[in-house]
Design a protein. Structure first.
Length: 55
């Protein structure tokens, strides 16, 4: 189960949520667990996929 990091723009709280349903619903339900604000933005996790294929 993939998890995503988010940051509250109101209080600066960062938290992680697991994606367990459709993304649209996920965003709709997204609230800061600390202050309850819906102004939350997703932190794009740095993914360094090693796809160095020798061609
Ligand atoms: Zn907050």
């Amino acid at each position: 189960m993939p998890s995503y990091d988010y940051e509250c723009e109101t209080c600066g709280e960062s938290f992680t949520l697991k994606k367990t349903f459709e993304e649209h619903d996920h965003l709709k339900e997204l609230k800061c667990p600390k202050c309850g604000s819906a102004k939350v933005r997703q932190l794009i996790a740095p993914v360094f996929a090693k796809t160095s294929k020798k061609s």
